[in-house]
Every structure is written in C-alpha cells, then in structure tokens.
Design a protein around this ligand. Structure first.
Ligand code: ADP
Ligand code: ZN
Length: 699
C-alpha cells in the first residue's frame, strides 16, 4: 500500500512493503506516517513478487523498481480508482416510436433524434457535440420527455463481417500448437518474414485467450504501435482492449493500468514499460519484433522487457510467443538448445517471392555520389512504372561532417567526441548526442580560412540531391526531425498509402512495422558502418535492418528489388544475406559468437562510469576490478577498464569495465556484496556509475 510520509521539509509517497516489531533506531529518529493512501494493496502479490525478482536480477533498488513499475499518477499519490465510464445516450422505447417529422419546428431536437435513430448503439458526448454544440440543453429536454436514456455500459460492439480469407496451413499449425499446450509455461519463437501473417496469429491466439476467460499481454516496439496498428487490433478483437504507450496522458495510463490489474481489459497492448502492468488473469504473452533493441531500457532500471516477459510467463504458467522476421541470436540459440519451440511461417501471404537483393560495389562508382548511377537508374525506372521507391539512410540532417576547405579541420561538438551535423533548414550545426546547437563558424578556428564544405549525406541532403536529379518526383523525408510534430507521421503514412509520394527517404523509422504495398524498390545507401563497428552486435543489427527494410518492398502483385551500396561487397555477412537468407547469416553469426565466447554463449554485465575527468573513472573502475577479484566468482572474466568508444559525451568522460561469465549463475554470484563495497568506496564519490546486466550496447 502507498503511504504519504514526511521527508525533510516536504512529503513523499512511499510504499509499505513489510512490518517490523523492533528497531535499533532511537525513537526520536522515527517519524510517523502521515497518511495511508490505499485501503487495499495497490499491487497484487504476484506483481510484487515479480518486481522483487526484477530488482534482484538487475541489482536495482526495490524502491526505484516499484517506482518504474507504477503509473505516474500513482507515484504521485493519486487515488487508484478508474475514471467514471463515459456516458452515452440512446433512444428509449418511447423515443423509438416518435415520428421525427413532427419535430420540424425544433431543428436541434430533430437533428439529434435523427442521429440517435440512425445509431441504435447510442452516441457518446463527442458524437453528440459534433451534431450540435448545444447538445446538452437539447438532451435535457429529450430526457424530460423520456425519449432518451443514458447508459454507462459501452455500446455493444458492432457485428464485424467475417474475414474474407482463411488462415493458411502454417498459421493454423502455429495456432494449434500453442493452443494444445495452454496452461503451462512454454516459450515459442514465431519466425516468419514480414507479411507472412504473424500478426494474424497473435490476433487468433489473443481471441482464444479471451474466450478462455484469460488476459493477453502484447508488447510491441515503440514505433510499431501506430494508430493503424491499434485500429487493427481494436477492429479484430471483440474484447475490451487497453493500450499503453508513451503518447497517453497520466489519466489514460492509469485507467489502462487499472483495467489490466482489475481484469476489465481482456487484451493489453503496450510498449516496453507495459511489461510491468499487473494482470488479474494472465493467459498469454506476446512480444512482437522480439529482436528490437528498444525493449531494453537504457537508463535507470536497465531491464529487458522481452526477458522479463519470459519471467512473467513462467510465473503465470502461460505460453509466451516471441515473434520476428529477424530473430535475435539469443532466441535462435534458445531454439537450438531446445528451450524454445520454433513455429515457422515460411512465406509471405499471397506471394511467395522474397525480394531480390543486389549489391552495388561503391569502389567501382564515382566517389561522393550518395546514389550510385545504377541505383539512380533503378529509381527512375521504378517511378516510370508508377511505383514507389524507399531509400534508407542511417543519418538524419544534411551533412554529418562540416569541414574547413583550407585545412580540413572538422566542426566537432564542444561537449562530445562527435562531429556536428549540418541541418539545412535551420542552417545550424547540431550534435545528435547531446543536442548542442550552434551557428556554423564564419572562420575556421584552426586556420582562419572562411570556406567550408559539407561532407557526407544525411536524409536532408539525399532528398535535396534527388530532387535536383528528378525534379518531377514527389519526395518525402521521414526521420525524427520531419516527424517531430504530433500527427505528422500519420499524415506521412496516409500520403504514402494514397500514392501521393514517389520516393521515401528515411532513417530506421521506416524499417519498422509499416507496410508499404506500392514500394517495389529499396536502396540501402550505406551499409559499411554496421560492418566495422566495435559493438559485437552491430552486424546482427545491420542484417536485421537490411531484412526488415527489404520486407517493406514488394507485396501482393509487385515483386521487390533491394540494392545495398557498400565498399565491401565481399564481406561474408553481406554474402550470406544476399546469396542465402537471414537464417543463413544467423547460423554464421552464431558460430562466430561461439568461437569468441560472446552472448548468447556467455553472459555479460557492464559497469559504466562517467566523470569530469577520465582519471576519476579509471581509479573507480580499477578499484572495482580489484574488489571484484576478491568477491566475484573466479570464473568471471574481467575486461578493462577501458575508455568508451565515444570517450566524451555531454562534457563528461566515460569508461567501462566489462564482466563476462559462462553462465548466469557465475555472473550473478557475488555481485551483491561487490556492489555494496563499491557503493561505499571512496573512489565512487567522484564518478557517476551504473551496472548494466545483459547489456545490449556494449559501450
Ligand atoms: P506480419 O505480421 O507477419 O507482417 P500480417 O499478419 O500483418 O503479417 O499479414 C500481412 C497481411 O496479410 C495483412 O494484411 C493480413 O491481414 C493479411 N493476411 C494474413 N494472413 C492471411 C491469410 N491467411 N490469407 C490472406 N491474407 C492474410
Ligand atoms: Zn554533443
């Protein structure tokens, strides 16, 4: 239960976790609770157990873990009660017999009666207001005449026309497999290319879960929860739905959370943090696009929503389905080891041809052209056929490097070890890591020269260059800058679907969730960054990105073609993707991970430190290493300390110590006492530090 307690000169909301009958504290140091905010526990026991587990596993304080798990309104002490259900109005028996032609002299009553007659399920406030702004007074007179009744039960869902198509054999088999093993914990990997019908499998399984009187929790990546996606679920599931995402206000979030906890919502769809929602009758867990790195929280409680979903399913003795066109190597390894059962949807619905992937060897092309001539030609050809092209660029802005023409000095961020990116519209240099924004220099600070060249290409520059080459093409840019305004992404998607766009130029945002049936050509302009990164997961990410972006192309009657521009056409990873498929790449990549003893063949924890000086970081991490060798399992490998790849960020230096172990048990053993001594170590006072269990970004 939540309590209000005195804290310094103010008060705080706290959570009562237990009672003690004895304390060693002197009585004058103990304060009384000011108020008990809940009359019954705000979290069910199962949730509390799960959160305790989470706190132990990630070595994060239980208080902060609970704080992360509760909706903001509850953290602030607001009552845990749902909003009043919205009222709606419909005709009474008497109202139904009224001949509205007799209301000609009262046009407002006439309009509202007519609308109510046309809508037997009733109208809510918003609908009535759209008929007349004085709907309140009109309704009052209709209520007095007893022609109208109000109700707070949601109107019966409209009967939906049945699906015009049948689930295919692979879908049916996947659904049956899960259905026959319900009631016990069993993880599945639903592996199928984009458009193979995975979402339909989720929908069917969710329906069956609801029919059995249980709840289904469906997690999707932040970007995947588009209004279209929500509408699709709402449309198909004849059950009360709760949607939880970052676009909601506090009140809506609390209502969704309570509906899940109290069993009023049958299906809950949400992004990462929805994994903490309590469920009254959990029956099914689904993690869509399970490979997506956005399931890992990168600050505070650094949890993985996918991994926690596994724990919740286990505790609830329920099936859990991880779905992806490009499964993570972790999940593929779990299939190989027999821990997960693989369900496979082998082909796209209605079209068995996967897109054709071709490599453009940039070494043989003129330098500095963001689109090599063969790709440009392919784009022209695509447009001539009246189809759409999608160009993927991994950087927003105009040019990622702004360079002095005389001496070659590069404009760097004053606070980070990173180049400033030139943005065209504002004409300013911006750091994508800390947000520093400044006017470009008039004079080179190094040599005093006054002419500068933008080098490299971001989304803005690609769009501008393309527009010059193809003046008639309608080009739409999609990145974080162009979609900052609310509703702009939806508008862009509408334009694309309506065929009002010829070329889409965008970042990763384009790779997820959306289907673009008219896109037949995909260009990946620069694949090389992902091939030579220091992060061991970079090649996995690149492969996933290439396959995901490719999956946007060519659906139904339009086959797709994918071009990848690279300076390393012979790279084994690209070869595996082009000649075979993701599965083949994944096997090769897993083999590599095994040989280098990297996850999923080992377990990692990362101790990060940042401070105004690198010296402070190193003295802390050295001390940590020293202490670790005393308390941690001797089989734990300690790597570092080393400086982070981006050594300085937001004006602070960064360094890290990596820990690697053969098993989870070895990894976890000794972490608690180690952290405890670290906390009180004097070197810890000069740094900001954190521990990341199962880090996804090892930097
Ligand atoms: P995924 O989630 O794997 O990308 P979807 O479930 O979204 O695939 O399916 C892609 C499209 O094909 C959707 O429009 C869906 O309604 C349709 N679809 C799915 N299964 C079938 C089927 N068996 N027959 C016909 N259409 C289907
Ligand atoms: Zn910066």
């Amino acid at each position: 239960m939540r309590l209000r307690v005195p804290f310094g000169r103010s008060t705080r909301v706290g959570i009562l976790l237990g009672k003690a009958s004895h304390t060693d504290l002197p009585p004058n140091r103990i304060k009384a609770v000011l108020e008990i905010l809940d009359s019954e526990p705000v979290l069910p026991t199962a949730s509390l157990d799960f959160l305790r587990w989470t706190s132990r596993y990630y070595h994060h304080p239980i208080g902060e873990t609970l704080h992360t798990a509760l909706p903001v309104a509850l953290r602030r002490g607001e009552p845990a009660v749902p909003s009043k259900p919205a009222l709606h109005w419909h005709l009474s028996a008497a109202g139904k017999t009224v001949n509205i032609a007799t209301l000609q002299h009262a046009p407002r009553q006439h309009a509202i009666m007519q609308a109510l007659q046309a809508q037997p399920n009733g109208l809510d406030e918003a609908a009535l207001r759209s008929i007349h702004k004085d709907w309140g007074s009109v309704l009052k007179s209709l209520l007095q005449k007893a022609w109208v009744k109000s109700s707070d039960v949601p109107p019966e869902a409209m009967e939906r026309p049945p699906r015009s198509w049948q689930l295919n054999a692979a879908q049916q088999q996947a659904i049956e497999t899960v259905d026959t093993q319900r009631g016990s914990f069993q993880p599945y990997l639903l592996d199928g290319v984009t458009g193979s019908g995975k979402t339909e499998v989720y929908l069917a399984l969710a329906e069956h879960t609801v029919a059995a009187g249980l709840q289904a929790l469906i997690l999707v990546p932040e970007i995947g929860l588009s209004p279209q996606m929500i509408a699709r679920y709402q449309d198909r599931l004849q059950a009360p739905l709760a949607v939880l995402h970052s676009g909601l206000n506090e009140r809506q979030r609390l209502d969704g959370w309570l509906a899940a906890r109290d069993g009023k919502a049958a299906v809950i769809i949400g992004t990462r943090s929805a994994i903490f929602v309590p469920l009254a009758r959990p029956g099914l867990f689904i993690v869509d696009e399970e490979h997506d790195p956005s399931y890992k929280q990168q600050d505070g409680l650094r949890y993985s929503a996918r991994d926690l979903a596994m724990i919740r399913a286990r505790d609830a003795a329920a099936p859990i389905l991880l779905g992806s066109a490009t499964p993570s190597l972790e999940s593929l390894r779990n299939v190989e080891a027999g821990r997960y059962q693989r369900l496979h949807l082998p082909a796209r619905v209605g079209d068995s041809r996967p897109p054709d992937i071709a490599i453009i060897d940039l070494r043989k092309q003129p330098p500095h052209a963001p689109l090599a001539p063969p790709l440009l030609k392919a784009v022209e050809h695509c447009l001539a056929k009246g189809e759409q092209a999608l160009l993927f660029v991994n950087r927003r802005g105009y040019a990622p490097v702004y360079l002095c023409h005389a001496c070659g000095a590069i404009s760097d961020c004053p606070r980070c070890d990173a180049h400033m990116v030139l943005h065209q519209k504002s004409g300013r240099l911006r750091c994508h890591h800390c947000g520093t924004d400044q006017a470009p220099p008039n004079k080179c600070p190094a040599c005093g020269a006054t002419s500068f060249i933008p080098v490299g290409a971001g989304t803005q520059r690609i769009s501008t260059t393309l527009q010059q080459r193809l003046p008639k093409a309608r080009i739409l840019r999609i990145d974080r800058d162009s979609t900052r305004r609310k509703g702009s992404m939806e508008k862009a998607l509408e334009q694309i679907h309506a065929g009002e766009v010829d070329i889409l130029v965008g970042t990763q945002m384009l790779a997820k969730g959306h289907h673009f049936p008219k896109v037949t050509l995909v260009g990946i302009l620069d694949a090389d960054g992902g091939l030579f990164s220091t992060d061991f997961r970079a090649s996995e990410r690149l492969a996933q990105l290439i396959i995901q972006v490719s999956g946007r192309a060519g659906r139904g009657e339009h086959p797709g073609k994918v071009y990848i521009q690279t300076h390393h056409p012979d790279h084994p990873l690209l070869q595996a993707l082009v000649e075979k498929d993701y599965q083949n790449f994944a096997e090769a990549a897993l083999h590599e991970r095994m040989e280098t003893a990297l996850p999923p063949y080992s377990w990692l924890a990362l101790l990060r430190a940042e401070a105004p000086t690198q010296e402070a970081n190193f003295s802390f991490l050295e001390a940590a290493r020293q202490l670790a060798s005393e308390v941690l399992d001797p089989q734990m490998l300690l790597l570092g300390p080393v400086a982070a790849v981006m050594e300085r960020r937001r004006g602070r230096y960064r360094a890290r110590l990596l820990m690697q172990a053969e098993s989870r048990e070895i990894m976890q053993a000794g972490l608690d006492p180690w952290l405890k001594t670290l906390q009180s170590h004097k070197s810890a006072r000069r740094v900001r530090w954190s521990l990341d269990i199962d880090p996804v970004e090892v930097d």
